[in-house]
Structure formats: structure tokens, C-alpha cells
Design a protein around this ligand. Structure first.
Ligand code: NI
Length: 136
């Protein structure tokens, strides 16, 4: 673990009150942990905006497997980027719908492009990409 450094932050009272409410709502026991997480989130977001950045992420999609050739299309896209798809989880949600979670690792730009391609495929009812990085 790296050395902890203390630093002072000046905030107006209203902003501090809002931050304390945020900390309470998010179940933080202290401001420091909440602030660390917010800083990490900002740094990860910055890294994910950089197309050269190496990131990891999960793409969650929900689709109706009865849709003509949809499952085949989604599998085909995944095979095109097999070096980026680390793992997949497929759950048969009910008679019609499938939930799929792809664990992706690699270039941020490619991950964002392919995720958008999958989410926008006709028949995909809902999809969301969450990016993260182990560097922050
Ligand atoms: Ni299924």
C-alpha cells in the first residue's frame, strides 16, 4: 500500500452539506473514502475517454432470442473481437429473453465501438457498457 497523504480542501458550507448527504446516501463511513472513490471515478472516466487507454469493462445486454438470427449476429460480432472478449455469461431469463454479460479487456476505443454496435443491433432491447481500469 502506498503512503497516505493528508491535504486540506476548502468548500462552501452548502457544497459540504450536499457532499455529506451524498456520503450518507452512498453508505460511506467517512468523507475520505467517498472522495477517494470520486477521484478514482474521474480518473477512470478520463482514461476511458482516451482511445489509446487500456481498460476493462462489462457490457450487459438483454435480447429476445426468437428475433431472427440475432443470437448468431451477436456471437459473430464477439468472435470478431475474440482477443477482447475475456468471458461471457448467458442467462435464459425467461421463455423469450436472454441476459448476456460480456467481460471486455483492451483498447477503450474498440470496446466502446463494438459495444455500441452490439447495443444498436436490431432486437437488442437494452444494453449498457460499464468501463473501469485497475490503474486508478
Ligand atoms: Ni438464452
Amino acid at each position: 500500500m502506498t503512503k497516505l497523504t493528508r491535504f486540506g480542501v476548502s468548500l462552501d458550507q452548502t457544497l459540504l452539506d450536499e457532499f455529506d448527504t451524498y456520503c450518507k446516501d452512498q453508505c460511506y463511513n467517512n468523507r475520505s473514502e467517498a472522495l477517494r472513490d470520486l477521484i478514482r471515478a474521474a480518473l477512470i472516466q478520463k482514461k476511458c475517454e482516451n482511445s489509446q487507454g487500456e481498460v476493462a469493462g462489462t457490457l450487459t445486454i438483454m435480447y429476445n432470442h426468437h428475433e431472427s438470427s440475432l443470437a448468431k449476429k451477436i456471437t459473430s460480432i464477439q468472435h470478431d473481437i475474440h482477443h477482447i472478449v475475456s468471458s461471457t455469461l448467458h442467462v435464459h431469463l425467461d421463455h423469450d429473453n436472454c441476459l448476456e454479460v460480456l467481460v471486455l479487456k483492451g483498447n477503450a476505443d474498440i470496446i466502446k465501438k463494438v459495444s455500441a454496435q452490439i447495443i444498436s443491433t436490431k432486437g437488442v432491447k437494452h444494453g449498457q457498457l460499464i468501463l473501469t481500469s485497475s490503474d486508478s
